[in-house]
Write a protein that binds this ligand. Sequence first.
Ligand code: NAP
Ligand code: GFB
Length: 316
Amino acid sequence: MAMRVLVTGGSGLVGRGIERVVKEGERREGEEWIFLSSKDANLLSPEETRAIFEKHRPTHVIHLAAMVGGLFRNMRQNLDFWRSNVFINDNVLQAAHDFGVEKVVSCLSTCIFPDKTSYPIDESMVHNGPPHDSNFGYAYAKRMIDVQNRAFFQQFGRRYTAVIPTNVFGPHDNFNIEDGHVLPGLIHKTFMAKKEGKPLVVWGSGRALRQFIYSVDLARLFIWVLREYNEVEPIILSVGEEDEISIKDAADAVVEALGFGGEVIYDTSKADGQLKKTASNAKLRKYQPDFTFTPFREAIKETCDWFVANYDNARK
Ligand code: NAP
Ligand code: GFB
């Protein structure tokens, strides 16, 4: 029987990427894909969560809905990130089980790994020590998804799993400068600096290292996981260690993409967060040796072009 896929968090950065690739050909004959926003159901409410599962009776779930933010929002709201995400995750996973959903693919993040760790980080290390202090609320809430998946398998034989994306960027991101992630923040700030003839202020030293994955590439890998990946253990979805770049490299790419010619200043009074969280994609490569990622500068250009063209309606 063809899948009926419920995508929680379908209106966000990752959800919109999945919606795009589904519409562009990934959807198979007879499949139904339903993309939810919080207007369809507030997943903090067990009743609203059950009602939306009752309404759609999905066979599969991609669970993206979460309270999400960049380094600085996490540093301000660790309790909110913990509570909201634990409630949303428990409501969704329990409803999936109660309504007999065959498979759920949830979402962790490479920023939830132990702060003190050897490199490269791999999937076996999720619980090997406390996460970085900047986002411990979010990190522990996300780790509980993995705990719950293992418990659902042991107690009920459920094959619920999770992916571990690295930092994601792309169209439909949250471009809010205070709350968002680094790339949308830099795109928004560079756009404003160019318009106002002011310097671009990059926060931190620019020395922190990150791996970035384009939302459209992540979307393709997500659909492959939904269809083909059958482990309960999570899988890292990231570009390779060799594609890790500095925040300065990222800023330079945004400056080039937007044609900004002004001064770039580094405000070192602002935190760098984790200096590195280098993740290995060896497990992904074992399954998908030929997958090709969009070149970073090409993806940045596409994202900047989208932002400029959709400035009025973008989340910012
Ligand atoms: P996003 O753009 O902020 O989207 C969040 C989504 O969750 C939105 O669709 C939002 O609905 C929904 N949502 C939030 N609270 C909700 C609630 N109470 N009830 C129902 N829906 C709710 O986030 P994203 O970047 O796409 O992240 C998607 C997933 O990827 C998350 O699980 C996140 O932890 C994970 N992830 C993201 C990154 C990254 O760099 N962005 C990296 C690793 C993992 P509304 O549109 O109605 O607000
Ligand atoms: O994407 P980001 O906010 O989160 O990146 P993390 C923070 C890094 O970018 C720090 C620098 O080194 C900042 O100093 N940075 C420079 C900026 N300019 C800016 C700017 O304008 N905005 C922002 N936000 N940063 C997050 C976790 O860590 O990773 C979340 O806190 C989430 O939980 C996310 O999982 C994927 O990569 O540091």
